[in-house]
Design a protein. Sequence first.
Length: 257
Amino acid sequence: MRDNLIIGLDIGSSHVRAVAGRQNNGQLDIIATGKSNTSGYLLHGNIVNINKTSQAISDVISQIETVISGKNKDYYFSSNLSGNHINVFLHTSTKLRKNSNEAVSEKEILELNEEAKKAIAEKNPCVLHRLPIGFRVGSLPETMEPVGQIGDRIEGDFMVVTASLDKFELLKKALRAAESEHIKGGNLYFSPLATSSTILSSEEKQEGVVLVDLGSGTTEISIFQNNRLKHATVLNWGGDLLTEDIQSGLEISRDHA
């Protein structure tokens, strides 16, 4: 059974954090938070100690569970996935039309989406996201609303986010082991997509913006324009490396760095 309670996990190389909130007139009221250390359990966003990672996740879930009401209900949390094994690329699917004088139908767009889904899955065993970013009918300009247009072919562009299947399954295993009686694992999201939805405005994503998320073990860079993800990459270094450089260069303690 679900209600309007939203639970999110942010699993990083130094900490795992959890937040629970309820929607209230378009706002999110935070009712509980949790935090646990993961330093040494993840390296550059990748799990290196699954037992301790699961325990850290279990700890923050327990912190959330002690606050929320309705213990006889089942709740579901969403979590992030990152690391340099993430690959983001553009896929284009093309469908020739039998009658170029007929208006494009919703059925044709659904068929194009299914063809793209199948083609992407054949070459990528672990697809996190397949995001439509534009359609072109015949020689007409790109649009997100191709239904009703006229042309001899339809092209669809999709931004695809894939992950290493092994690392994906390892995280899912850690999450399953950390579930409580009433708080269960839900969806996994590529970190920059989750981050952008909370800190970027619609105007910023429309006009064009570069989002840089500097974590302790990884740095995520994503580009948004026309309200769509245009590119993203995950670098295999983060704030810990910068701290080490400052510590070494200035010959000071890590705490001061």
